[in-house]
Design a binder for this molecule. Structure first.
Ligand SMILES: NC(=O)c1ccc[n+]([C@@H]2O[C@H](COP(=O)([O-])OP(=O)(O)OC[C@H]3O[C@@H](n4cnc5c(N)ncnc54)[C@H](OP(=O)(O)O)[C@@H]3O)[C@@H](O)[C@H]2O)c1
Length: 232
């Protein structure tokens, strides 16, 4: 196993090259803002994959997902402290709070933000049709991508359907943001993370999420369904 230190946006990244399995893992410092269903599922997967997880909460003594502190490599902080120590931030709070949450992050310059939120039934950040545009307008990073919003949290806890792993999807103009999201999707157990396009596809990603919600909830199929892209 070979360890290399790289520098990215002033933060140290450790690249772990597992020569015996010919695959590699880039260990990241990840702030999770919103430690409920989605944030909790991904925090657990990423902690178990070896990433450092910084839970950022409004009240560090009382928050949803307190049990996550028994995961490896996991600690709790104020939101600004978690973001300050992280190179990548996952936002998984209710969509109506997106502007307030974005404004609470502190200095995000050079940091990647992955937005997992969805405006559902018109409940979202005022003045925006999707949460990622609200984050871009209220932070000082341009590296905002949308990922992990298109399927249920249960599918993040368990991506496996009879031996076949689900796929994930990502959109945004930031190439480094999409590269990080693609790695993290695989670290969470998704088979692939397909590039859906740039920032102009943020709305499409939320519509795709609503397609899943529609089947699962309104058409009565239940949460144990998910998407897999077939190719030939
Ligand atoms: N549920 C799903 O299957 C699913 C799937 C894909 C995407 N999504 C999207 O993901 C987001 C989160 O959904 P969820 O089901 O994980 O929600 P959830 O279980 O209700 O968790 C929400 C989290 O957000 C935190 N929060 C609320 N307001 C906040 C604020 N102003 N500042 C900081 N943190 C705040 C809560 O903190 P406290 O502990 O302090 O209350 C809680 O940890 C939503 O936008 C949803 O549309 C959900």
């Amino acid at each position: 196993m070979l360890l290399l230190s790289l520098t990215c946006s002033g933060q140290q990244i450790v690249r772990v090259l597992n020569t015996s399995q010919t695959n590699h893992l880039i260990i990241m410092q990840i702030a999770i803002i919103g430690t409920g269903n989605v944030g909790g599922a991904l925090a657990t997967k990423w902690a178990n994959a070896g990433h450092t997880i910084l839970l950022g909460t409004q009240d560090t003594s009382s928050f949803k997902g307190k049990h996550l502190l028994s995961n490896p490599n996991t600690s709790v902080h104020t939101i600004a402290e978690a973001v300050q120590q992280a190179e990548l931030v996952l936002l998984a709070t209710p969509a109506p709070a997106a502007i307030a949450v974005a404004q609470s992050l502190g200095d995000t310059s050079g940091k990647i933000i992955i937005d997992a939120m969805n405006v559902v039934m018109n409940r979202g950040p005022q003045g925006f049709s999707n949460t990622a545009d609200a984050i871009l307008a209220n932070t000082n990073t341009k590296d905002v991508v949308k990922c992990f919003n298109t399927t249920g949290f249960n599918n993040m806890q368990d991506t496996n359907y009879d031996g076949v792993a689900l796929d994930a999807f990502v959109a945004g103009d930031s190439v480094r943001g999409k590269d990080a999201a693609k790695q993290l999707a695989k670290d969470a157990g998704f088979a692939e993370c397909y590039d859906v396009g740039g920032n102009d596809r943020f709305n499409l990603m939320e519509q795709f999420a609503f397609f899943w919600i529609n089947l699962a909830m309104f058409q009565g199929m239940g949460r144990e369904i998910g998407f897999k892209l077939l190719k030939r």
